[in-house]
Every structure is written in C-alpha cells, then in structure tokens.
Ligand binder design. Structure first.
Ligand SMILES: *Cc1c(COP(=O)(O)O)cnc(C)c1O
Length: 356
C-alpha cells in the first residue's frame, strides 16, 4: 500500500510540558494526531497528520451503540543521547490487526501503519519527556462510524493515533499492591473477546474494579469464567508467579491478552535461567503456596506499569501476604532490566528497541 500521508499545518502550538514532575497518565495530548478513513469498496484513504482535536460523529454511529472499537498502547522513550525509541512497535501493530479481525474490522497495512506511527512520533518528538520513568504514550485506535442502528459490522471506520506524555508510574517508589481475587465477576469467557484489545472488555471490568477500590484493594485478579478457579489476568495486566522456583503464567488460550510486556519478561526470565511454565495456576495454589513458601513472588506486567509487584492476595475472607512489604528480588530484577533496555541503559540483545 503506497498511500500518501498529508501533513496539515499547525495553526498554533500548545505550551508543551510545563512541569515533567506533574505529568499524570493520559490527561494531556500533543499538538498533532494521525487519522485515516475506511470505506468498504474503497479501502483506507485520506491518511493525514493534522492538529489534535475533536472530530464530529453522527449520534447514531456504530461505535457509540455497539462498541465496535479496538485500540493499542505502546510507549516512546527518551534515551540518554537524546534520541527517541519505540519498544517492539511492530508487535503492537500486528496485535491491532488481530483485534481488528476478531471485531470484524478492516486490517491496516502493517508497514504503512508503523511508518505513520513513527512519522507522527518524530514530528512530536519534543513531547517525549526526559525525566526518569516518564515517556510518551502512543494510543492507536479504530472506531466504527456508520450512522446506522442495525447490528452488523460497520462499512466505514476511522483509524487514528494520539500521543500523551505520561509521568513516572512509581513516584513514591516501586511498592507492592493489594489484590482482590474476584469470584463473582469475570472479565472474559472462552469464545469471547478476551484476547482482543477492545473497549467493551474494559467497560465490563469497571464494576469489579470499583468494588475492589471500595474495599481498599488496588487491583482485581480475574479467574476463568468456567471453573472460577484458575488465574487469568490482574486488572489490565498479565500476571506471573515465582512458584517452586519456576515462572508460572496463564497460557494464551483466547481469554487473556497476549501482552508484549509478558512476552518480553518471559524472555528475560529465560535469559536468567528460569524455567517457564505456561499453565493456569489455581486460587488454592496461591493461598496454600503463599503459606507454605512455594509461592515466593507475583507480579503483573503491562505497558503502562511495566512490572507491578504483588504484596498480598485476598480471596473471600482470606488474605495471604507475599514478601516483606518490598518487591521480590526477581520482580525488581526484571523491572530494572526491562526498563533499562527501554531507556537505553542496558544493551538490547533481543533487538526490541527501534530508534526513530
Ligand atoms: C494491554 C493489556 C495487557 C498488557 O499488554 P502489553 O502489551 O504488555 O501492554 C494485558 N491485559 C489486558 C487486558 C490488556 O488490555
């Protein structure tokens, strides 16, 4: 596909990042965005980089009623030499297309879309913050735009990319979180859309997250929908356990997200000599394992946090504690290694980083 990307002029620039120490997550957006449109029979067209801003949608449009929507999330990092790097961006583009296929949406040309993403980040490179732990979050999105209330795949779509400078996630240090194991709510079921990065999965998860917060927990651990017994994910992260000296993590069987951080962490753990077991750990193994010492560490993985140490699990009326209030040794090591590679402090043996 050799579609031209038109770069429209910017009438006015925003003030930029005023204070990097006050950056939050996803509240501020850069000057420009990428947008292209799809029409059945014509394909993708009108690719352009234009000033960031709202667009007009018909109130009947499909995404607003039936949630035909997908998104991605990746980061651009500022390196010690001032250059900007993306982490495994083609993996995100490929996953975007897998999500599109699941949601009956048109795929994008992978090379073209990655090129567009890089061009946008390059134009907005001033927005990549420089302080420790900060980055520029990249959010590719596709929405169904047919103004039609019938239930069927839309014939028209918008695909866009927006950028948001984000602050360091661990401002007060890398501290372990409290997990509530939900047995009433489920995130996804076999045959459902758990493996797709689609908004509806998040809408469906809000109620459990809200109840967890009310009860004083940080995150929800999702169990499988069929047995309500086996671990799937935690919040919107994948989860890994250090159990019997091996890394145990839920297998990719269609109900969990195929996380790029998960993949990277498993490779780094292999490099350290750990054996990886992709199998579903049960709630009993968590509760008994924490008490017997077979379960030593647990951590979530995802682009936003990279690694999140788990300090305790609560299931019904039982709470078990892991470690001594600090992240486990392996959790810390994997966090330091992966962030070191992303920020260019550690050599990138795996070829994950792409400078732009
Ligand atoms: C995005 C996401 C993840 C993490 O994927 P990464 O590629 O590591 O960011 C995990 N679980 C869910 C449900 C997600 O949406």
């Amino acid at each position: 596909m050799s579609m031209e990307i038109q770069v429209l002029p910017l009438a006015a620039k925003k003030p930029g990042i005023v204070d990097e120490s006050k950056l939050a997550f996803g509240t501020q957006f850069t000057d420009r965005m990428f947008l292209m449109e799809f029409e059945a029979g014509r394909g993708w067209h009108s690719a352009r980089i234009l000033p960031y801003g709202p667009f007009t949608l018909d109130p009947a449009c499909a995404v607003l009623h039936y949630a035909q929507e997908i998104f991605e999330g990746l980061k651009a990092f500022r390196r010690p030499d001032g250059s900007v790097a993306l982490f495994r961006p083609m993996d995100n583009v490929r996953r975007f297309n897998r999500s599109a296929s699941r949601m009956c949406m048109p795929e994008v040309d992978e090379e073209f879309f990655l090129g567009a993403l890089k061009q946008l980040v390059k134009l907005e490179a001033d927005w990549v913050p420089r302080s420790e732990g900060t980055s520029l979050y990249v959010r590719p999105t596709m929405i169904a735009t047919d103004p039609f209330l019938g239930v069927r795949p839309s014939k028209t779509y918008y695909c866009y990319i927006i950028l948001s400078p984000v602050g360091a996630y661990y401002k007060g240090g890398f501290s372990p979180v409290k997990i509530w194991i939900a047995d009433e709510f489920v995130r996804s079921a076999p045959g459902g859309t758990g493996e797709a990065k689609t908004g509806g999965n998040y809408a469906a998860s809000l109620r459990a997250s809200m109840e967890a917060t009310e009860k004083g927990f940080d995150q929800v651990l999702w169990l499988d929908a069929v047995h309500r017994k086996y671990v799937e994910e935690v919040g919107s992260m994948n989860i890994c356990f250090l159990y019997d000296g091996k890394i145990v993590t839920s297998p990719l069987k269609g109900t969990i997200l195929d996380g790029i951080t998960r993949r990277s962490i498993l490779d780094l753990a292999r490099d350290l000599g750990y054996q990886i077991e992709e199998r579903a750990l049960s709630v009993d193994e968590i509760i008994d394992g924490a008490q017997s010492g077979r379960l030593k560490e647990a951590f979530g993985t995802g682009t936003a946090v990279v690694v999140s140490a788990v300090g305790q699990f609560t299931y019904r009326d039982r709470t078990v504690v892991l470690g001594d209030g600090k992240p486990g040794e392996l959790t810390q090591k994997l966090y330091d290694t992966l962030t070191g590679i992303q920020y260019g402090r550690i050599p990138d043996k795996h070829g994950w980083v792409q400078t732009i």
